[in-house]
Design a protein around this ligand. Sequence first.
Ligand code: SF4
Ligand code: SF4
Length: 192
Amino acid sequence: MAEGAPSVPERLSFLDEVQARTPGESRLLMCIQCGTCGGSCPSGADMQHTPRHIFAMIRADMREEVLSSNTPWYCVSCYYCTVRCPQDVHITDIMYTLKRMSLVGHSYDSSTAPDFSKMFINWVENYGRAFELGLMSQHMLRHNPLGVFKIADMGIGMVTKGRMAFTPKRIQGMAGLKQIIAKAKELEETHD
Ligand code: SF4
Ligand code: SF4
């Protein structure tokens, strides 16, 4: 290398990157492949790869296969696997990391679940909470316009029974939340 030339940062392995991008400690390396997570997962039957399988693929540096898998998108964040894991692997947090990486790289070939995540985040960033009616309507209109008529009765029923709000309500302390979100984005950029 020529004197004074900037040093090129060493490329992180996929495993290192997933660990570095997971807030706190992922404990991914502690996985003993016992399969408890997949056996506990309510979405396991619909996932292309069980969480156990995904973790083995991450360790095998199978970046494209992992980030194009439907597995993170079928994770409903119930945390059941996480509380049952004998090794305290932070499975749900890792699923969020994979979703984020898949979104950034446009790796998953369906836009349905990624769009839903983006709309959800948009509501939270602007109101501090999700607005179910708005979220559901936006999502259906974009991805299944005819389906709106099928769920209209259910939506009206939930609104009239007070189970769902008719209009979005902003939380108190929105300014503080915006500062937290801005800081989180700043930290995220330092990883890129
Ligand atoms: S339950 Fe924990 S240790 Fe077992 S396969 Fe899943 S992540 Fe690995
Ligand atoms: S948190 Fe996600 S991966 Fe874990 S059991 Fe629930 S749906 Fe499955």
